[in-house]
Design a protein around this ligand. Sequence first.
Ligand code: FAD
Length: 573
Amino acid sequence: MKSGNGNGNGKPRTRIVIVGGVAGGASAATRARRVDANAQITLIERGPAVSFANCGLPYHIGGEIADRDDLLVTTPKLFRERFGIDVRTDTEAVSIHREAKSVTLRLADGSEEHLEYDRLILATGAEPVVPPFVRRRYRNVASLWSLTDMDRIIDTLSDRDDAKAVVIGGGFVGLEVAEQLIRRGVTCTLVERNAQVLRTLDPEMAIEIAHELRNQGVDLRLGESVTGLTADGTDDDLVTGVQLGEETLATDLVVLAIGVRPRIELARDAGLEIGESGGVRVDPWMRTSDASIFAVGDCVEYEHAVLGKATCVPLAGPANRAGRVAGAVAAGAEVRPMTPVYGTNVVRVFAKTAASTGLHETRCRAEGIACRSVFIQASGHASYFPGAQPMLLKLVYTPSGKVLGAQGVGGAGVDKRIDVIATAIHFGGTVDDLAGLDLAYAPPYGSAKDPVHMAAFVACNDLESHPRIVPPDLDLDGFQVVDVRTAKETERLPLEDAIHVPIDELSQRLGSLDPERPTVTVCHTGKRGHIAACQLKSAGFRHVRNLTGGMLVRSRIADVTNREPDDQTPSRT
Ligand code: FAD
């Protein structure tokens, strides 16, 4: 492709400079090229590679992605040859001169160079937070945010059959790393300061992931904080212990995964507006407060559709979509604006999947957003078809039925349900809309009444008082509690002060219950409780409610020792 300054028609070529060459930057660059075949596009990346698969990094540590080269999705050579994009790796943009419309670059040899632009796109991403107890660089303490970080982690572990590692932080990246360390045969402790892992979930949902981690051999320390790192005195650059108060965990490797913050120094120093959540402020076309400068990806704040305000969402999907918008606009196209985000996310933790979209109940309460929520347990596909795995879905909605968010934890099929609900949220859908969705069905894939439908049916019943549900952690004091589980179930998970009437005996034993007392029906998941509540209502009971999620969720809530407020930003940590 052309590399001169004109396009052959005497018209100057638009100079587009992009800083940051991975998710958002690479998307912006290739989109700009598709819009303007003549633009002079330069991609600046301070690391050694562009467009690498940072989301795949954990899986090479465990060997699930065996070949490191598979992480190099696109090479500088391909950018040059196919797209005519000039890629400058090992080159850092150190300052922006808005008046002169130029960027100062620092090259690998320390020399500086100025590059002029007509349009500048910042895609500088986020940087991992380093906790205060890491006072200097150690050879075996690493975050996982780049290929170099990954190589360092692998080097630290190589030639050791009995390695021990401590992962600090129970967000997405911490969990993925723990999974892959166990796969590699490393003894792994995961320390999370909060009482739960994955703060994108409500605590009673996250608890299943905690169980899975423990079942798979991770020594999970919830509600504990790292207070320091120790070295044994023989090598000051090597950490040998992680302190948790009085206790010291011996270790060969420490992985820091406590969160990320937007990398905004370039933008801030250039005087661009920074939003309240800490990301660069942009308009829906990804323009910053300077119309010639765009910003995309983890360094910006996006409009959160459900929250109704701007927030940082460090995820690959929004970064790629925003890059596409900015690339097109910078190259002169008129395109639709960036769509708002909902923080839709998914993570695999051994045999379980956890996913969520929109807001969870904890966040709604913290933001003062009125919400109701229901739980259902269902199978990923028809329960009679081999291989069906259970999932727990939680649907959160406004008192008028608008869907605010959903969370799913369980086996295969969780991702699909969350994506369906995310789509409904995108279109401003209600629980009625979800209940009416025409979804694909065959036994190996789903159920004629899909888990999404089931959750929506329960929410519709609630809103139509057919009958209403009550939350699983309701204080049952003062209610007539009718427990319709089998004797075996009640023995396994007792519910004190409940009247035990197995569902199939209910119609015969109605006379033993008081129709005037406020009544709550309870079963294991909420399904039989609903049938019982309908039966009681038809029999003239005046105030009947069903405990959503049943004893399954109630017992989990009892297990959660400490509910903490959440900032809910789905940081991939
Ligand atoms: P990045 O992709 O991080 O790219 C920013 C680039 O800018 C970096 O390469 C950096 O070196 C460069 N840069 C910064 N400053 C300068 C400068 N001054 N000069 C030159 N270059 C500069 N998200 C998901 O949605 N799903 C996942 O499964 C997932 N898994 C992840 C797993 C890991 C281990 C990691 C690290 C991230 C994961 N993410 C995931 C998050 C996702 O990768 C990011 O949200 C996404 O890459 C953000 O894109 P970006 O372009 O904003 O930033």
